[in-house]
Design a binder for this molecule. Structure first.
Ligand code: ADP
Length: 180
């Protein structure tokens, strides 16, 4: 019974919505960065544009980030207090450790958020744009990793999965309904 309750609690802490992550008022938003952390296209470009020049200045001091890892900065002009920069895997067919690396992005980002006392965290669909990770597979892996990490991070009250379009949202909703 206790396990079932924990699972139910963990599930209700995860929500999916359609929107622009740069507009989200969370303690931290996660950036799907590249390993240089110096900015790029997609959500990375949008976050840097919205945060302003100071973000890349702070990022320069971090000397990059490995795939599956995460680093934190201030949010500057964003409504979010922090940006957690994580580097998703490039999809190479799925046999090169992509699922574990993607799961690690979500897990390390949440641990870092908890370390910085963030209660609300918003994620984009990491790796599903330029990096080519199939959105349905990525959604399943993301939710499994988040559920598992939230089990020992009671300080995180809400995780928002921000889909940029309806199709990405549909994949997340489907994965959220699935019981693992
Ligand atoms: P990656 O290189 O990790 O694939 P991308 O930025 O190319 O990163 O894409 C990751 C996901 O972020 C894609 O699903 C893309 O549609 C989405 N995305 C792009 N801009 C935004 C935004 N402003 N807010 C939320 N999601 C976004």
């Amino acid at each position: 019974l206790q396990d079932a309750q924990c699972e139910r609690q963990a599930m209700s802490r995860i929500t999916s919505l359609v929107g622009d992550i740069t507009k989200i008022e969370a303690d931290a938003i996660v950036n799907a960065a590249n390993s240089s952390l110096l900015g790029g296209g997609g959500v990375d470009g949008a976050i840097h544009r919205a945060a302003g020049q100071e973000l890349v200045q702070e990022c320069r001091l971090l000397h990059g980030c490995k795939t599956g890892q995460a680093k934190i900065t201030s949010g500057y002009r964003l409504p979010a207090r922090h940006v957690i920069h994580t580097v998703g895997p490039v999809w190479r067919g799925g046999e090169e450790g992509e699922p574990d690396l993607l799961a690690s992005c979500y897990e390390t980002s949440l641990r870092l958020a908890a370390e910085y006392s963030c209660k609300t965290v918003a994620f984009p669909a990491i790796s599903t744009g330029i990096y080519g990770y199939p959105a349905d597979l990525a959604a399943g892996t993301a939710i499994k990793a988040i559920r598992s990490a939230l089990g020992d991070l009671p300080g995180i009250e809400s995780v928002m999965l921000v889909a940029f379009d309806e199709q990405a949202h549909a994949h997340l909703v489907k994965a959220l309904k699935r019981k693992e």
